[in-house]
Design a protein around this ligand. Structure first.
Ligand SMILES: [Zn+2]
Length: 379
């Protein structure tokens, strides 16, 4: 067993804790025997200890005060097009641009991003979540952004002399870049799921845009070649729809896209890599090009499970539709209200540990996958 050395600092990270909870540490206190225990389990692993293996751990009281719980849920937002509009310019509820709220006004989208930040959420990459690597500061919660279809997400207005793109400031990436400049600690990032037409700025422009995006903190995923319902396709057709899209991404940004498929229309709903009809979503070969898919995303209604728990299924990751419905029908407001009401994943600040109250795994089988991380429980 590879025992990792654990450094215990009772108050080192109290600044971020104070920032989040608004509480103030008066002075250093020594632990008393009345303090409930923190239990550490180091799983057996053949991994070598990372060079910087100084884990900062906290007392049970500090975990409790910050509500640290890494078995709780993560919001993965599903957006589509962002239009340069005020909410008052649409005929629909809130920031919805269409009846069902698949498309969003730029005013609402920007407000969404500010609101997640203010509620104590910090962005992280979807691909890291799928790998069980959640790197968010102590006391904060992860939020993950996804965009399907590519249209109106990246609207190119031209190129600067230095080769960098000029974006329409009201499209999704225009607003993301604005927020990135304003909140350096927000870790602005998102995954864009594309079809063969990419972002619609013309093939030559979009190839350059894709390279810029992966070099600037954004991820690109697969939304099938023709945006088809894979649930209605034969295994061969799925292989073409998924494989041809990966092949195109590999040609433009070799090795820099993510092997994740956002299922168009959330189809098939009961996706499983064991089902022979759907297995080609996950592994296949198209035109001599072999691919694998490590996760697939459903359409949206609710928060996603922590990647560490029993119910988590990497092939059927749930998302929240980025729309308004007066706090009902699983809209953004309703989902965040539920999350903030004791359901949200709150980080201990260390991506290599899984920390949660021992009462949350009473059955002993709710924590399912540790990804080789150290497990810490507190009472
Ligand atoms: Zn789509």
């Amino acid at each position: 067993m590879n025992i990792r050395k654990i450094a215990v600092y009772t108050l080192v990270a109290s600044m971020s804790l104070a920032a989040f909870t608004g509480c103030k540490k008066e002075e250093e206190t020594t632990e008393t025997s009345l303090e409930p225990t923190v239990t550490t389990t180091v799983p057996e692993t053949t991994e070598t200890t990372p060079e910087t293996s100084t884990f900062v751990t906290y007392t049970a009281a500090e975990y409790r005060d910050a509500g640290v719980n890494e078995l709780n849920s993560v919001p993965i937002l599903m957006y589509h097009r962002v239009y340069g509009m005020k909410n008052s310019e649409t005929e629909y509820t809130g920031g919805n641009v269409d009846k069902d709220g698949y498309n969003r006004t730029s005013e609402a989208f920007e407000a969404d991003l500010r609101s997640y930040y203010e509620m104590g959420y910090r962005m992280m990459r979807l691909t890291d979540y799928v790998d069980g690597y959640i790197d968010v500061p102590f006391g904060y919660s992860p939020v993950i952004l996804t965009f399907d279809d590519g249209i109106r997400d990246v609207v190119l207005e031209g190129w600067n002399a230095d080769g960098s793109p000029i974006f329409d400031p009201t499209c999704a990436i225009g607003i993301l870049e604005k927020i990135k400049a304003e909140y350096p600690d927000y870790n602005v990032t998102a995954t864009f799921f594309l079809n063969s037409g990419l972002f619609g700025n013309g093939e030559e422009n979009d190839r350059k845009v894709l390279k810029w995006m992966v070099d600037n903190g954004y991820d690109i995923g697969n939304h099938t070649w023709d945006h088809v319902k894979l649930g209605d396709c034969s295994a061969d057709e799925i292989e073409k729809q998924v494989g041809k899209m990966y092949q195109k991404l590999e040609e433009i940004i070799p090795g820099q896209y993510v092997n994740i498929v956002a299922l168009p229309f959330g189809s098939p709903e009961n996706v499983s890599s064991d089902n022979p009809q759907y297995s080609t979503i996950f592994t296949g070969t198209y035109d001599g090009f072999s691919y694998t898919t490590k996760a697939s995303l459903l359409c949206a209604w609710t928060r996603s499970y922590s990647p560490f728990v029993r119910e988590y299924n990497a092939n059927a990751i749930r998302r929240i539709r980025g729309y308004d419905h007066n706090g009902t029908e699983c809209d953004i407001e309703m989902n965040f209200k539920e999350l903030n009401d004791g359901r949200r994943y709150i980080s201990d600040g260390d991506p290599n540990t899984i920390v949660f109250p021992s009462s949350d795994n009473k059955s002993g089988d709710w924590l399912k996958t540790t990804y080789g991380h150290q497990v810490i429980t507190y009472d």
